[in-house]
Design a protein around this ligand. Structure first.
Ligand code: IMP
Ligand code: MG
Length: 177
C-alpha cells in the first residue's frame, strides 16, 4: 500500500471530499445560473478537483487550463513563472479560477493579477484546500473547500515530487519523504 510506503495519514476521505465538491458545485450553479462561466484550472494539481467539480455543475460551463510554477527560493517573496497560458478569450467572461491548494498565496495572487489584464467580467476563486495559518494575501478567497493545518498533503491531484496525485483521498505526510 502506498499509504504505508510513504508513511501517510488520512486527512480527508473520498466521501468528505465528494460531499464538499457537490456543495461548491451547487453554489456555483446557483450563482452563475444566468451565465456561462469558464472554469480555469491551475495545472497540474487541480485537474482532478476540476473534473469532479465540473461534472457536478448543473448549468452550462466551459473550461481551460493554465500552468504555473512557483519557486519559493531563498527570499520570502519567491517568483511565479507561466509555463502554459489559457487558450480561451476571457474578455467579458465570468472566470472561475480552480486551484487545488493555497499555501503562501503567491500563485493565486500572480494569477488574479494576470487575469485582470484580460478584462474578464468577473473573477471568482475556488480552492479545494487552504492553509490559512501561512497564507499571506490581502483579498478574500470566494470558495474554500477545507481549511487545513500547514502540513504537506498529497492525493486527489496533489503531488509529492510528481507522485501520489492518483490517491483518491487526501493524506498528510507524517515522516520525511
Ligand atoms: P503557493 O503559491 O505557496 O500558494 O503554493 C501553491 C502551490 O504549491 C499549489 O498550487 C501546489 O501546487 C503547491 N503546494 C502547496 N502546498 C502543497 C501541499 O501541501 N502539497 C502539495 N502541493 C502543495
Ligand atoms: Mg498547484
Amino acid at each position: 500500500m502506498l499509504e504505508n510506503k510513504y508513511d501517510l495519514e488520512l486527512l480527508l476521505s473520498t466521501d468528505q471530499i465528494n460531499t464538499r465538491v457537490q456543495e461548491i458545485a451547487a453554489e456555483l450553479s446557483t450563482r452563475f445560473k444566468d451565465e456561462i462561466p469558464i472554469l480555469v484550472g491551475i495545472l497540474n494539481g487541480s485537474f482532478i478537483f476540476l473534473s469532479d467539480l465540473m461534472r457536478a455543475m448543473t448549468i452550462d460551463c466551459e473550461m481551460d487550463f493554465i500552468k504555473l510554477s512557483s519557486y519559493a527560493g531563498q527570499s520570502s517573496t519567491g517568483t511565479v513563472t507561466l509555463l502554459k497560458d489559457i487558450s480561451a478569450n476571457i474578455t467579458g467572461r465570468q472566470v472561475i479560477i480552480v486551484e487545488d491548494i493555497i499555501d503562501s498565496g503567491l500563485t493565486i495572487k500572480f494569477l488574479k493579477d494576470r487575469m485582470k489584464g484580460a478584462t474578464p467580467e468577473s473573477v471568482t476563486i475556488v480552492t479545494l484546500l487552504m492553509k490559512p495559518e501561512v497564507t499571506r494575501i490581502e483579498f478574500p478567497i470566494d470558495y474554500v473547500g477545507f481549511e487545513i493545518p500547514p502540513d504537506f498533503v498529497v492525493g486527489y491531484g496533489l503531488d509529492y515530487d510528481q507522485k501520489l496525485r492518483h490517491l483518491p483521498a487526501i493524506y498528510r505526510v507524517k515522516g520525511t519523504l
